[in-house]
Each structure stands twice: as C-alpha cells, then as structure tokens.
Design a protein around this ligand. Structure first.
Ligand SMILES: C[S@@+](CC[C@H](N)C(=O)[O-])C[C@H]1O[C@@H](n2cnc3c(N)ncnc32)[C@H](O)[C@@H]1O
Length: 303
C-alpha cells in the first residue's frame, strides 16, 4: 500500500512557527513526515527534531523519510502525543540540550494512508476488518465495542462525536443486526447506516456513513480524552517565544484547542498568534479536498 498524504497548510504552519537553524522542534503527529521534513530542513544546521506517532507502521515510514535530513539530530518515539513532554525530555537528555522546545506541531486526526489502507478499517469506502485503531497494541477493535455496547451508548457516541442526527435509528439497527450476526467488517457498519437513513433524507454532499465512522473512530481511539489537559502540559515545555501550532479537522477537536489556548492566554504567560483560526485557501482546497475542514490555531509563550 503506497498511499501518500499531502501536508495541510504547510506554508502557514512553517511561517507561524518561524523556525531558525539550531532550533528544537517537536512534531507530535508525524504521519508520513510531510511537515516534519520541511521543519527539519529549516532547523539545519544544528537543530533537533523530535517526532512522535502512535501508529508504529506510520512511524517506520516517517523514520525512513527523516533519515534523508542532513545536519539535524532526529529522535522518534512510538508514543501518544499526550506523552510529548516526556519524549522531549528523553531526546534532550540524549542530545545534551535543555528540555524546552522552540516549536511544537500537532496535526490532529488521521493520515490519508489510514483512509486508503483497508487494513485499518477506518474508511466506509473500502471493505476491511472493523478495527479503526491507529495503535493496534492498545484498546480494542471498534467491532468489539459495537457488538457489546447498549443502543443508548452507541447513540450517545454517534450524536456527541459525529453530530449524527440519525444516531438513535442507526444505533437501533446496529443492535438488531448483531442479534443475527456480529458486525465484523466496515461493510457491515455501512449497511446498518444505509438501512437506518431513508434514501430521500440523506445529505447529498457527504456519504451517509461519514459521521458514524468519524464518531466510532474517535471513540475507539479515545482521541478527545484529556485533550485540553494534554495541550496545557505541552504548552508548558515551550521556551519563551516558542510557538505551538495545532491543526484540527472537526468541531470537537477545535473546541478543545480553543478552550485550552483561551485558558492559557488568560494566565498571562501565553498569547494567541492569530486573532481567528487560519483556514486553507480556496486554491489549497481545490488541490486537496482533505484540507477542507482544517483550522490552524497557534499559541506563543510570552513569559
Ligand atoms: C494528519 S496525520 C499527520 C500528517 C503529517 N503532518 C504529514 O504531513 O505527513 C496525523 C497523524 O497523527 C497520528 N496521531 C493521531 N493522534 C495521535 C496521538 N494521540 N498521538 C500520537 N499520534 C497521533 C496519526 O497516527 C497520524 O499518523
């Protein structure tokens, strides 16, 4: 599987981070290292690039790409970005630097590779095991939860994490369906959604299973759990003048980022770099439709 991923708002991110040679940079969501390779080039010579991803296969791909960087120290970790401060400390001990960062990037969510590769079970367009985990060493596949949870629990997740107004109907169809045969594949879940939403009532702009798949994926990976607290801990490792950029792709993520940055700004030690979240240009969206929902927020440490 040789899927690619185009880094979103690359120009806006590097301009906001204002990287210089020798800087220490952390990319908490390496993916295929699209942003990271550009950042690595900008901090040469003498910089330190620390990269994390909780998907081991993705991390291995990123490592290969980052091996091409010259005159930069690179350290990578198979880790959740909630442990970013600990990873930075380890990298700084190994390289003899102060454990503080000039720049941090979090490009939340999933890579195009996760959508294109049916083995992840994340895409409603490709038949695969109904797994959805980024990190197969943790948690349980989405199918295990969908085959066990009550209709009410499933409805709550679809509504709160997917804004799915057909949440009740879909959850009822899932529970009925699994009485006959447990859900095993992405197609099984797509069929429940199709059965629940009458054709005439479907939103024509997006696939009817979009919201359900988003909600179940976020729930399976606990993507929003303690996000606000994690962002505050990460802000704490910024050097004075250091900047953290976060790219988010749906309202739940953006809300957590907004709240964390607002709270930190009130304390006086940080300020938001942009008055409003930066969004992709029309030209970028035309070239890469996956950038459509992106929002960039940035926070600078001022004291
Ligand atoms: C949008 S992609 C990043 C793309 C990357 N910026 C690039 O240009 O190639 C998000 C990546 O973050 C990873 N990820 C998502 N949540 C994570 C978390 N909590 N901890 C660590 N990695 C995470 C995913 O596995 C995925 O590879």
């Amino acid at each position: 599987m040789n899927a690619t991923h185009v880094p979103v708002m690359l120009q806006e991110v590097v301009e906001t981070l204002a990287l210089v040679p020798g800087a220490t940079v952390v990319d908490g969501t390496l993916g295929l290292a699209g942003h990271a390779s550009e950042m690595g080039t900008m901090i040469a010579p003498g910089g330190l690039l620390v990269g994390l991803d909780w998907d081991k296969e993705m991390l291995d791909k990123a490592k290969k790409r980052l091996a091409e960087l010259k005159n930069v120290e690179v350290r990578t970790y198979h880790s959740d970005y909630r442990a970013l401060p600990e990873c930075l400390r380890r990298a700084c001990v190994e390289t003899g630097r102060d454990p503080v960062a000039d720049a941090v990037l979090l490009d939340l969510g999933l890579s195009n590779v996760h959508i294109e590769d049916p083995a992840y079970g994340i895409s409603f367009l490709r038949e695969g095991p109904l797994d959805m985990r980024f990190d197969k060493t943790r948690g349980e596949p989405a199918s295990a939860w969908l085959n066990r949870a009550s209709a009410r629990e499933i409805e709550d997740v679809l509504f709160s994490l997917g804004d799915e107004r057909w949440a009740r109907k879909i959850s009822q169809f899932i529970v009925e369906r699994r009485k006959v045969r447990p859900l095993r594949t992405t197609t099984d879940l797509v069929e429940c959604v199709h059965a629940a939403i009458p054709a005439a009532k479907r939103d024509k702009r997006i696939h009817p299973a979009t919201r359900t798949f988003q909600a179940v994926r976020i729930h399976t990976n606990k993507e929003l759990d303690e996000l606000e607290e994690a962002l505050k801990r990460i802000a704490d490792i910024l050097k004075k003048g250091g900047v953290m950029c976060v790219l988010s792709y749906h309202s739940g993520e953006d809300r957590a980022v907004k709240h964390a940055f607002r709270d930190l700004g009130r304390g006086g030690g940080y300020e938001e770099v942009h008055k409003k979240p930066v969004v992709p240009t029309d030209a970028e969206i035309a070239a890469n439709s996956k950038a459509r929902s992106a929002k960039l927020r940035a926070l600078r440490r001022v004291s």
